[in-house]
Structure formats: C-alpha cells, structure tokens
Write a protein that binds this ligand. Structure first.
Ligand SMILES: [Zn+2]
Length: 508
C-alpha cells in the first residue's frame, strides 16, 4: 500500500461527505482520489456491498484496493479530521443542518419537505400546525432529500430512491450538530414528486417536566399519583397520534423513579425509545416495520422477555392486538406495574378498544388489575399578547358556535385567536396544553360498563365518582381565556358533548 496522505482527503471519516458509522469505518476507507480501500476479509460484507452500491448509484468513479484491517486503521489515523474544501455534498449538509436547526429553534415537531414539479416547499409543524418555511427549486429539493438520506442517516437501504417509501434515522453525528436526541425520517413518492417528513425528537435531559405543566389539573395529578404509587396493575394512556402521550409517560416514569428513590427497576420497551429517561433502562424493539405479523409477534415476545429481566415497572409502547394485550395483562397479573398506550377516543373508550382487541370481560372488570385509564388530547393555547376579546369579534364567529359559547361559557372572559405578534412568531398561538380525562376505575364502574355499556359507565363516573370530563375542562380553559372556543371545539370536543350524552357535569 502506498498512499500519500497529502494528496487526498478521506471522504468516509466523521464529518466527511461519505461518512460511515464506526463499524463500517473499520473495513472501508474511501479517498477523494478515488481509491476505495476495503478489508480483504470483508469484501462481501453488507457494509462493503452497500457502500459500493451507493458509489455506483452516485456515479462516483473508484478503484478497489483490498487491504488488511490494520492498514485501514492506519489510514484513518493519518487523517486529523475532515475540514476539506466544501464538496457539493457537505455544502448541502450545511444547508440541511441549518434547515433542521431553524426548526429546532422554534421547537417544531416535524419538518415536511414536499418536492413537486418546479418547486419544493419546506414546512415546519409547530404547535400542531404546519407553517411555511422556505421555497426551493425542484432539483434543490431532490438534492436535499438525497443528502439527508444518504449521508446523514443510519439506513437499512443505503441508496435513496425517490420512487419508493423509505424509512431512516438521523445518525448520531448529525443529531449532535442539530441539537436533537433523535430524528426519524419517512419518505413517500407523490403524484408529482416526493414527500419527506422528519420527526424531531428532543433531548429534554434533566428538564423537570411535571404533569401540571402539561395541563393536567390538580385533581387529575392526585389520581395519577395514586396510580404511580401502586406496585402492580395496568395503567393505560390513550390519545390520537401526536397528542403528546410519550411526554406524559416520560413524566410519569420520572415521577415513579423519584418516588422510589431509584430503587425500582424501570424498563421501557419502545420503537425506538423516544426520549432518554435517566434512571430507566430503555430497550428498542427491532423488527420489520412492513410486516404486521412480525411486529405483533415481536412485541409480545419482547414483553415476555422483559418479564425475565426482573422489572418492577414496565412501560411498553402500545397494546396493538391480542398478543400484546395478553402479554401486558400477564405482566400485571404477575405483580408488575405496567404503563402502556392504546388508540381510543376517551378514557372509557379504552375499555371498548381492549374488548375489540379480544381481552375477556373477566379480566377487564378486575379493577385491581386495571388501575388507571387516562386519555388526552392537545389544544392550542392563545398568545396572551394578541388574543382578541370575544365581545368585539363574536360577530365573525359561525352562528352555531356562537350559540354554544354563549350558552356554556362566561363570555366576558372568552378570547379568540389574534392575528399574531412578535411574541408568538405571528401565529397567535403560544404552545399547547393537554386536556385530559383520568379515571381510577372501581368495581362498580367496571360492572356497569359490562352490563350496561360505555355511556352508562361514563354517567356513573361523572355523577357518582365526580369524574372531570374533557368537555368540562375545555369550558374551564375557555373561561380562563386560554383557548379559542372555535379551536377548542376542533381540538378537543363540542361544547355540548356532555349535555348531548345526558351528563350533568359539575357546576362551573
Ligand atoms: Zn401573539
């Protein structure tokens, strides 16, 4: 091997345009002069074949040199760091990093890159709403998507293909540059181009998020505290996608870890773990995302396996079918505290969902087993600086909504979304709040649910157990000028839902 280090740059090292992960760097070295050094004993390994494939697709010229692993290590050791003249790709990387950093700066949850004929739109999702960020040419958009996928991600398929759906994750070096804990990427071809969505996951580190800050009422927090204090039982959280369930679970787990002074073994199963929770052992679930049966089997297997890892508290991502439901209930029956999620529209609908999945009534009605039912949605909070008083702008509100607001709310305290100001980034919105229902079931509630159905159980919960419905909480928040009633109806529920269901809520 005869390499003059001065005449070339290493393209595969950290920060380089063809950056490889640590394992791949042990067996591959690619220089700017076109030599591709490969460990002779790994010529047919996955990483090597994938990398060669990538170079070919990018029409990069190269010649292969088979060398020993030691020689590759030596080559890397001669490079002090990638600081080369900006190549096209690293220039693009800078562009991508600034797009992501700007999104992080305004706490966006997602970045959408929509490539169409002649134009690319980049949008950020902030507080649940899409906002336009930038417009680029079609070819710039394609380039950016390819750069993100091929040079900044850990990917299963090494080559970006705009004509297929692909999933990827931002690699750790990219995350560091953007100030993120994680980034999940999904792409899909559209009728006129391509859509790429990047989900941004933040590292909240030691940030002491509390349930009260999320929007749970004092009464609800007290109920959740009873759930976290129990040694065993299942507590289930429901809510639509993007309703902040993982943030709530994170708060709950932190609370448990603090309550037990770090003496409990808290294990999470997730795909992937969305947030780092110090004091918990977090384990990913690995399976083929395109194969529903495989996902289902893997979840059930992971939960059973977790039981053998001696946890006190287990948090498993989602009860999605009978396999995972059975495994989850078994975990609780064998004396573990379990926290999980399901898809359901309100707290008692969790029971309906479990029944639909196939959980038997005998298990469902055991209130000592099913100890907590929580549902949450997110509602947009008004910017206090530019919100508009109801009485001056009510004439612009649709008559049916106006009627309901006048019937259920204290209109002197009601505000509408303003036109935006500097403080809210000209959106009129200042963050979001949880609007939740928290039910600590008792045996009577469960019996009524089984014998008379959900509506009867809900009536018992509200009228006999003093349950706080989200309708009730929404009206409270509107009366505090926190939520625009029109948006509240869209985000949470209709103001007359409780009355329509024959409920007599507590007086305001
Ligand atoms: Zn404002």
């Amino acid at each position: 091997m005869d390499v003059n280090i001065k005449e070339h740059r290493c393209l595969t090292m950290k920060g380089g345009p063809y950056e490889l992960n640590d394992d791949a760097r042990k067996i591959i070295y690619f220089s700017s002069s076109g030599e591709l050094y490969i460990s002779a004993s790994h010529e047919k390994s996955y990483w090597v074949l994938a990398f060669i494939d990538k170079l070919r697709r990018n029409r990069v010229k190269f010649t292969v040199e088979l060398v020993s692993i030691e020689e590759i290590t030596q080559l890397y050791s001669q490079n002090v760091g990638f600081s080369g003249e900006e190549t096209q790709s690293s220039g693009r990387q800078e562009e991508v990093i600034s797009i992501i950093r700007n999104a992080v700066g305004i706490k966006a949850s997602d970045i959408h890159i929509i490539v169409r004929e002649n134009v690319t739109n980049i949008k950020y999702r902030v507080d649940g709403e899409l906002r336009r960020y930038q417009e680029l040419s079609e070819s710039d958009g394609n380039d950016i998507c390819a750069t993100i996928y091929q040079t900044m991600c850990d990917v299963a398929e090494p080559v970006f293909n705009p004509r297929r759906s692909q999933d990827a994750r931002l690699m750790s070096s990219s995350l560091e540059k953007c100030g993120l804990y994680g980034g999940r990427i999904a792409t899909r071809p559209t009728d006129s181009g391509l859509l790429m969505v990047i989900r941004l996951l933040y590292d909240r580190g030691s940030n002491n998020l509390e349930l009260e800050h999320l929007g749970y009422t004092g009464e609800q927090v007290a109920l959740i505290n009873r759930m976290t204090a129990r040694r065993f039982g299942i507590n289930i959280l429901s809510g639509p996608t993007g309703s902040g369930k993982s943030t709530t679970l994170e708060c709950v787990l932190k609370r448990i870890i603090a309550q037990r002074e770090g003496k409990a073994h808290v294990l999470t199963l997730g795909d992937p773990p969305e947030y780092r929770i110090s004091g918990a052992v977090q384990t990913p679930i690995q399976c083929d995302k395109n194969d529903d049966d495989a996902i289902s089997r893997e979840w059930a297997r992971a939960i059973s396996n977790a039981m053998r890892l001696d946890p006190d508290i287990l948090m498993c991502g989602e009860v999605r079918d009978l396999h995972s439901a059975v495994a989850t209930f078994r975990a609780a029956m064998t004396g573990h505290g379990v926290w999980t999620t399901v898809h359901a529209n309100d707290a008692l609908a969790i029971l309906t969902r479990l029944q639909d999945i196939g959980v038997s009534p005998a298990i469902l009605t055991d209130a000592s087993l099913l100890t907590g039912l929580i549902s949450q949605v997110l509602a947009r909070k008004l910017c206090p600086h530019c919100r508009k008083p109801w009485h001056r702008y009510a004439q612009h509100v649709a008559p049916d909504i106006r009627q309901r607001v006048e019937k259920y709310c204290q209109i002197a305290n009601v505000f509408l979304r303003g036109d935006g100001c500097k403080a809210c980034g000209f959106s009129g919105i200042s963050g979001r709040t949880v609007v939740a229902e928290v039910v600590e079931p008792d045996n009577t509630l469960m019996e009524i649910y089984i014998s008379q159905g959900k509506s009867a159980a809900r009536r018992y919960w509200v009228e006999q157990m003093g349950g706080l419905t989200r309708n009730h909480i929404l009206i409270q928040m509107i009366n505090q000028g926190l939520i625009d009633p029109c948006e509240g109806e869209r985000d949470v529920c209709m103001l007359d839902d409780d009355e329509g269901a024959g409920l007599c809520p507590r007086p305001q």
